[in-house]
Design a protein around this ligand. Structure first.
Ligand code: SAH
Length: 362
């Protein structure tokens, strides 16, 4: 039994079942035993590999996009360039290196900000970014942003924010909670709470008992904060994650450890816990703040931004092994059977400021 599991069981014994969102928050961010606070999640030696960790081309194309969105708003200065949940700092490293080449003045004058909840990962990020010649500031939340246009990026941040689950039982929707089970195991139990019916998708009424609906107020709150800033001060946002374009029913909570899926109660605090992102809900939160939004598949975005051309140039200067690695990275990042279709990218803009490749997308 993990140290965190012991403490969660003790807490449940004292105060009763906890919501799936509280369980997720505790597994990921418990200060003593949480996954992001204590573990090294990323790369082959870790538990999962993210797009920026696959290849530098991902960050380079994100930098080109930031640059074009900044130009489309008449090159505002001062400006903040912000990443939420930077992990090891690899994406920001590739973004800043590329931005310096694109526009030395922008790289020199922008304020680079990293929003990171895990003190341990802040240290890792500081090491990754140490010799790039750029000063970074770390904050806990977006509230610390100064009153300037902000171009905000994030990769696999929303899937890590806690999600609540509701389950249909005897015809009614009840909150799904984590409680004590047989053999001293944690298990899902029905909680007393229910959900405001207006939040349910259209097919909820016809669903049979056992159907599950996921609702993520923490994700909506973060998108609302991002959007309120961009509406008030300018800027844009670009967020990659895995999830669905249309809201629907289904249990997508999943645990991953050492690159393999496992049960969500197998190793609390030692496994990554995520759930699929409802892109429609995030886009609605941004629209409510007066922004324009567009979503597309990660593969389509990267191809439209010039992934193949960039890969061709990297490959042309490389030996056989390195060229094969670039080809394989293209497939992993953009291939339909890899990340290209499952991963989506949501972009948010002030009115009439939509840039390529989102013009015409919804
Ligand atoms: N973007 C990185 C890491 C993704 S993992 C990559 O693609 O490799 C999720 C990251 O978000 C971690 O750095 C985690 O510590 C951070 N995180 C999770 N919840 C957060 C929150 N509420 N505020 C800021 N950072 C958060």
């Amino acid at each position: 039994m993990t140290a965190l599991e012991k403490r969660i069981k003790a807490l449940i014994a004292q105060t009763g079942p906890m919501s799936v969102a509280d369980y997720m928050a505790s597994c990921l961010f418990d200060p003593q035993d949480g996954y992001y606070t204590t573990r090294e999640p990323f790369g082959t030696a870790g538990d999962f590999t993210t797009a920026p960790e696959i290849n530098q081309m991902f960050g380079e194309l994100v930098a080109v996009w930031i640059y074009s969105a900044w130009q489309a708003q008449d090159r505002p200065l001062p400006v903040s360039l912000v990443e939420i949940g930077p992990g090891r700092g690899t994406l920001m490293k590739d973004v800043t290196r590329t931005l310096r080449r694109l526009d030395a003045q922008l790289a020199a004058q922008a304020q680079f900000i990293l929003i990171e909840a895990s003190p341990r990962l802040r240290d890792v990020q500081a090491r990754t970014l140490a010799d790039g010649g750029i000063d970074f500031t770390w904050h806990d939340s977006l509230e610390a942003l100064v009153e300037a246009p902000a171009f905000i990026i994030g990769n696999e941040i929303f899937d890590a924010l806690p999600v609540r689950q509701f389950v249909k039982a005897s015809g009614a929707w009840r909150e799904r909670c984590v409680g004590p089970g047989d053999n001293d195991q944690l298990q899902f139990v029905l909680g007393p709470g229910t959900i405001d019916g207006t939040l349910l998708p259209a097919d909820a009424a016809l669903a049979s008992d056992g159907a599950i609906f996921e609702h993520a107020p923490a994700r909506n709150a973060m998108m609302t904060a991002i959007s309120a800033h961009i509406r008030a001060h300018g800027g844009a946002g670009l967020f990659f994650d895995y999830g669905h374009l249309e809201p629907g029913l289904g249990d997508t909570l999943q645990a991953v450890r050492q690159h393999k899926p496992e049960g969500v109660f197998d190793h609390p605090g030692l496994a990554d816990l995520t759930s699929h992102v409802d892109f429609r809900a995030l886009a609605e939160a941004a629209k409510c703040q007066g922004l324009e939004t567009a979503v597309m598949r990660q593969g389509d975005f990267l191809l439209a931004m010039g992934l193949l051309e960039r890969a061709g140039r990297l490959g042309a200067n490389a030996g056989d092994d390195a060229r094969a690695a670039v080809t394989s990275a293209v497939e992993r990042l953009a291939g339909p059977g890899a990340m290209g279709h499952l991963f989506k990218v949501l972009s948010v803009f002030p009115p009439h400021k939509v840039v390529h490749p989102f013009a015409g997308a919804h």
